[in-house]
Every structure is written in structure tokens, then in C-alpha cells.
Design a protein around this ligand. Structure first.
Ligand SMILES: Nc1ncnc2c1ncn2[C@@H]1O[C@H](COP(=O)(O)OP(=O)(O)O)[C@@H](O)[C@H]1O
Ligand SMILES: [Mg+2]
Length: 368
């Protein structure tokens, strides 16, 4: 089956005035009906991507396609897109009904139809019966729902959500994560969600684009990105990780922390310098003799389900371990891990370079 692409960015660069490129030659595809997340630190260009999709600004270079049509300079009100803003941008002087009805009134829809559509949108976000409430009488979570109802009532093809949960406390935020995800499934509309919170991105998305400094560092499913980060930035940003310098001796043989280990990674130059990632939950505490690494326990925190244990090896590398087993501070222990737990990354490799390297490698091995 061919992909049903709704939005495509082709080599899009964006500069504000004569400033530096805040998006630098960005290309990606968004498939219809899925939940996408743009994830990255503050200032990396997430909001700029949403503004380009919504039509609030134009690319400096490159092209944006919507359902196959180039839309670079199509005005915002002609696009099948609605945005839920970080601060909700509700009208404080209008009640809930009128806030949600706003877009339909602009379209000059008949009153009876407006009533029906608003009621349906409010039902979708569990706010039935709140029509006459004033915005200032609503809690943070309820305002959030009104903002979402105001977006879905227009039946857009795409909903853009710019850090919509960041103002909520942790408990409400987790609830809203479930609600939003469920809502997207029920509506079947394409959602593009922005966050700087990696756990939120992993929990909610079909696909994640990890951004840094105006470039997409990696795109993939939450599992792809968590299990196979392509560079130090992604590995570091996406979760607590052990990242140490290493060297690929040969295919499936890597050196770090002063020792050689069997691994599953291939396609590097002999003796190429690399970064090694091992997730804290992939390290098992064992005896010094059985351990592949010997480390000393530096500190320990109880995290409810597991202990978070910080250790150092003889080279001074820090190793964070998540384990249900306890260890004593100052104790010397062994750390065991499977070859599959070692993840090897080429230094500062981009997604395209990574793909090219794997392609080139498989061609070479096919020839053999
Ligand atoms: N209207 C603007 N004029 C000039 N620079 C801007 C404007 N909007 C955003 N920027 C700059 O573009 C960069 C990316 O911003 P933004 O897309 O808002 O990032 P994010 O949403 O990831 O935090 C930042 O360095 C920001 O200062
Ligand atoms: Mg932003």
C-alpha cells in the first residue's frame, strides 16, 4: 500500500529577516491520521515548523505541500489546519459556547448547525453542559479542553498542538495525555504535537521527529528512537543514558572502558572512534568476577520501583544502573550486559548519513 502523505516539507529553510537559519534544509513527510510529535529543546524550531504548516509565516527556501499541492503562500485561513496554542488563546470575554463557536460564526454557518456542532465538540472533550460558563470560571484542564474543542469543531484535516500541556500540573498532564491520544484515535485526524518532554513524546506518538538547532536529528517510532538513537544528542535527550567514548575494532567488536566487547554493530571503519550507549535498565548488577565491567558504587537513590545507582569504572566513566537489587555505596560490583545492549553511534552523524552508511554497508556485504 502506498503512503497517504498529507504534509510534505521539501528542503525547507527558514530565516527571520537576515538572521541565522532557524530551520536548516528540513525535509519530512506526515502521513494522514497519525499522531506525530516534534520533540526538542527550547529554541530548536518546533513552533516555527507549526507556524509554517499553519500559514502564519512562509519558508525562505524550499517547498511545503498539503495533499500534494504546494502551499508556500496560501494564507492561513485557506488551510485545513487548526492550532491549539500553548497559552490556549481563548477569548476571556466570551463564554465556553461562543469560544468554540467562533470559527463557525466567521464562516457564517446557520445558528442551528452551530449549536449542533458545538455540542458535539464539547461532548468529544467531556465538557457537555458547560456551554454558558465563563472562561475565567474554568480550571486549567478545562480551558485546555475548550481550546481543543475550538480546534476540532472546524473539522480540520490537521490539528497542530504547541506544547498544550506544559502549563498543567503533573497529574492533570498525564490525564490529558491519555485524553488527547484517545481523542486523536476517535477523530482519526492527523495531530502534530509539540513538546520538549521526551516521556510525553514516547508515551503519545505514532512517530517522533527529534529536532536540534533547526535540523531533524532523527525520525521514527518511539521504540526506534529509544532503542536506536543515531547520535549522542538523541541518546542524551531521549532518556537517561550511559554514553561513553569508544572505538570500533572491527565488525561486532568494540572497545570502551579499557576493554573489548562483542556487540552487534557493523559498517564502521577499522578503529573508528565512536560513542557507546547503554541504557541504565540494560545493566545488571552481578559479582565482580561475572561482571563485564568492574565499577565502584558512588551513590544510590530509591525511585519507587527500582534503585538508581551511580557507579564509576577505573577510567572514570560514570555508569548509571536501574536495578531492583540494592548495592552499598563504596562497594565494588560487576556489571553484566548482553551484546545487544551495546549501541554504537558514529560521532555527530545525521539521519541521512546514517541511512547512507547502512545502505553502503549492505551493498558491500551483498557483493561479498
Ligand atoms: N518572529 C521571530 N523573529 C526572529 N526570530 C524568531 C522569531 N520566532 C522565532 N525566532 C527564533 O527562531 C528560533 C526557533 O524558535 P522556535 O521555533 O520558537 O523554537 P521552539 O518552539 O522549538 O522553542 C529561536 O532561536 C527563536 O529565537
Ligand atoms: Mg515553541
Amino acid at each position: 500500500m502506498s503512503k497517504d502523505v498529507i504534509i510534505r516539507f521539501e528542503n525547507v529553510t527558514k530565516q527571520y529577516d537576515d538572521g541565522p537559519a532557524v530551520l536548516d534544509d528540513v525535509s519530512f513527510e506526515i502521513e494522514r491520521g497519525k499522531f506525530y510529535t516534534l520533540l526538542g529543546p527550547s529554541g530548536c524550531g518546533k513552533t516555527t515548523i507549526l507556524r509554517l504548516i499553519a500559514g502564519f509565516t512562509e519558508p525562505t527556501k524550499g517547498a511545503i505541500y498539503f495533499n500534494g499541492q504546494k502551499i508556500n503562500s496560501v494564507p492561513a485561513n485557506k488551510r485545513q489546519v487548526n492550532t491549539v496554542f500553548q497559552d490556549y488563546a481563548l477569548f476571556p470575554h466570551l463564554n465556553v459556547f461562543e469560544n468554540v463557536a467562533f470559527g463557525l460564526r466567521i464562516k457564517k454557518m446557520k445558528n442551528a448547525d452551530i449549536k449542533e456542532k458545538v455540542a458535539e465538540a464539547l461532548r468529544f472533550v467531556n465538557l457537555e453542559g458547560y456551554e454558558n460558563r465563563e472562561i475565567r470560571e474554568m480550571s486549567g484542564g478545562q480551558r485546555q479542553r475548550v481550546a481543543i474543542a475550538r480546534a476540532i469543531v472546524n473539522e480540520p484535516e490537521v490539528i497542530l498542538l504547541d506544547e498544550p500541556l506544559s502549563a498543567l500540573d503533573l497529574k492533570l498532564r498525564t490525564e490529558m495525555q491519555y485524553e488527547l491520544r484517545e481523542l486523536q484515535r476517535r477523530l482519526g485526524i492527523t495531530f502534530i504535537f509539540v513538546t520538549h518532554d521526551q516521556e510525553e513524546a514516547l508515551a503519545m506518538s505514532d512517530m517522533i521527529f527529534v529536532l536540534n538547532k533547526g535540523k531533524i536529528q532523527q525520525s521514527g517510532t518511539p521504540k526506534d528512537i529509544y532503542d536506536e538513537p543515531i547520535n549522542r544528542f538523541v541518546a542524551d535527550f531521549i532518556g537517561e543514558s550511559n554514553i561513553v567514548p569508544g572505538k570500533m575494532i572491527a565488525d561486532c567488536l568494540v572497545e570502551f572502558a579499557g576493554k573489548r566487547f562483542e556487540c552487534v554493530d557493523k559498517g564502521f571503519e577499522p578503529n573508528e572512534h565512536v560513542d557507546i550507549v547503554i541504557r541504565p535498565e540494560d545493566l545488571e548488577i552481578t559479582s565482580v568476577e561475572r561482571g563485564k565491567l568492574q565499577v565502584r558504587v558512588d551513590s544510590l537513590l530509591f525511585r519507587g520501583v527500582h534503585y538508581e545507582i551511580c557507579c564509576y569504572d577505573q577510567d572514570g566513566n560514570e555508569w548509571l544502573v536501574h536495578s531492583t537489587k540494592k548495592a552499598e555505596v563504596g562497594e565494588k560490583i560487576g556489571l553484566y550486559f548482553d551484546p545487544e545492549a551495546i549501541h554504537v553511534m558514529r560521532l555527530n552523524e545525521t539521519e541521512e548519513e546514517y541511512d547512507r552508511r547502512l545502505e553502503a554497508y549492505s551493498e558491500v556485504s551483498d557483493e561479498k
